[in-house]
Write a protein of this length. Structure first.
Length: 131
């Protein structure tokens, strides 16, 4: 889930190369108002069971239509690497990611934009119990 907006992100694997793609949309309306939104995400990776490196990007946008429309959008580029430590049949993963993100929020005539760089640390547990 991303902030309450569910989407599926299938991953395609060919030897050591993987490609994950997500697309989703939502829309509803009535009575002079409504909401519409969507998300697109792609990630290309290379690695083994123990390590991986990857690049990815996503974009999402939502608009709430009423007397004064509100729209929010974001775009992100990411570069990351992960190492998975063996713990019996399971693995404990530690990933470091670098991001370039741009966001925009508009409410009627008011607009706020951000553009920045950031980093993140992701922890994961992969277990054969959940395959």
């Amino acid at each position: 889930l991303t902030g309450g907006f569910p989407y599926a992100r299938p991953r395609f694997q060919l030897d050591h190369v993987s490609l994950a793609i997500a697309l989703a949309g939502l829309g509803m309306g009535g009575g002079g108002g409504g909401i519409i939104g969507g998300i697109a995400d792609a990630q290309l990776g290379y690695g083994t069971a123990a390590w991986s490196v990857y690049v990815g990007a996503y974009a999402h946008g939502f608009e709430l239509v009423s007397e004064s429309p509100v729209d929010a959008s974001a775009r992100q580029l990411r570069l990351g690497g992960e190492y998975a430590f063996a713990m019996g049949a399971s693995r404990f993963g530690v990933a470091i990611e670098l991001y370039r993100q741009r966001e925009a929020l508009r409410n009627g005539d008011d607009q706020a934009d951000t553009d920045g760089f950031a980093g993140g640390l992701k922890l994961s547990i992969t277990s054969p119990e959940f395959r």
